[in-house]
Design a protein around this ligand. Structure first.
Ligand code: DHB
Ligand code: FE
Length: 314
């Protein structure tokens, strides 16, 4: 057991060691990587020193990282520890500095997007009709340009969970077909999109997984409110990454991933009268959600905030 309050971080030996291990004096390699590693390892060395992190605590953390990776949960822990929302806050601040308004707020992508969903014009049926608890949802809206005009042919990518909170391609029961509740709709001549699907349920982190284990240590839950993800892409505009929350969910303002934002909480209006049911071409009572989206313009001709992250392609 080391003596408490032993502080060595600021010694010349430790500082030289950090320079050495970061390759800062080596030819070759990547200067940006060297800079980042030097900073992160320095911050962690300092944390160990300041908090008198024990060897047992340190090696528990190493084992934890291995478990996180082997469970493919790094992308789940990231929003849980607020990194995804922090990156959004930085993009918001950058926009504010440039005087850019985002009438429809961005919010986190989450780790569960899959590229390659079926495409259609104007309308799509998103669910395969097999969810025994599925309650029909008609979700529609208009995509507007930054100057307020409806935008035909905007690309609207939508994905969401089933009534158990499971996403296709990530369903631990393997029950869902590929691309169930994942569609790409190009807006019609009026700039409108419309889908028939089912109301999703909230999402919970895998209860036995490493993300939930850490959340337990923090006294936090790992639940998200019912939500529906969007990417919207259109000529002359920045790609928008956002989500809507179904109003009234108990976790709407208690989301473990911190994605809820004003302007993104949408009522699900229940319809039970025969005429409305018939007019919407559905076979029984259904919920309706309306979500219009206004995009932000390119900055000096480019999307200055496009996020290029590794994504599953199926
Ligand atoms: C997580 C899951 C989601 O469905 C989401 O939108 C964001 C984060 C997660 O598991 O961390
Ligand atoms: Fe999600």
């Amino acid at each position: 057991m080391l003596a408490k309050n032993l502080k060595i971080f600021d010694t010349e030996a430790v500082q030289n060691f950090l320079t050495l291990l970061s390759g800062l004096e080596q030819e070759g390699g990547n200067p940006r990587t060297k800079q980042i590693i030097h900073r992160i390892v320095s911050d962690l060395f300092k944390t160990i020193d300041d908090l008198d992190i024990t060897s047992d605590e340190y090696w528990a953390a190493v084992a934890y990282l291995n478990e996180l990776g082997s469970n493919h949960e790094a992308g789940l822990l990231s929003p849980g520890l607020g990194f995804d929302h922090f990156l959004d806050m930085r993009m918001d601040a950058a926009d504010e500095a440039l005087g850019i308004d985002n009438p429809t707020p961005r919010t986190i992508e989450g780790p569960l997007y899959v590229a390659g969903a079926p495409e259609s014009k104007g309308y799509a049926r998103m669910d395969d009709g097999t969810d025994p608890n599925g309650h029909t949802l008609i979700l529609h809206g208009t995509i507007y340009s930054a100057d307020g005009q409806p935008m035909p042919n905007a690309k609207v990518e939508i994905w969401h969970a089933d009534t158990r909170g499971f996403y296709s391609h990530f369903d631990p029961t393997g029950r869902q077909q590929p691309f169930n509740m994942r569609r790409t709709i190009f807006t019609d001549d009026q700039g409108q999109y419309r889908v028939q699907t089912i109301l999703p349920s909230g999402y919970g982190c895998p209860p036995e997984g490493p993300t939930q284990q850490l959340l337990n240590q923090l006294g936090r839950h790992g639940n998200r409110p019912a939500h529906i993800h969007y990417f919207v892409t259109a000529d002359g505009h920045r790609k928008l990454t956002t989500q809507i929350n179904v109003a009234g969910d108990p976790y709407t303002y208690d989301d473990f991933a911190y994605a809820t934002r004003e302007g993104l909480v949408v009522d699900a209006i229940e319809h039970t009268d025969e005429a409305t049911i018939k007019a919407h071409g559905v076979d029984g009572p259904f919920a309706e959600m309306v979500f219009d989206i206004t995009l932000s313009p390119l900055v000096d001709g480019v999307d200055n905030q496009v996020v290029d992250r590794p994504r599953l392609q199926a």
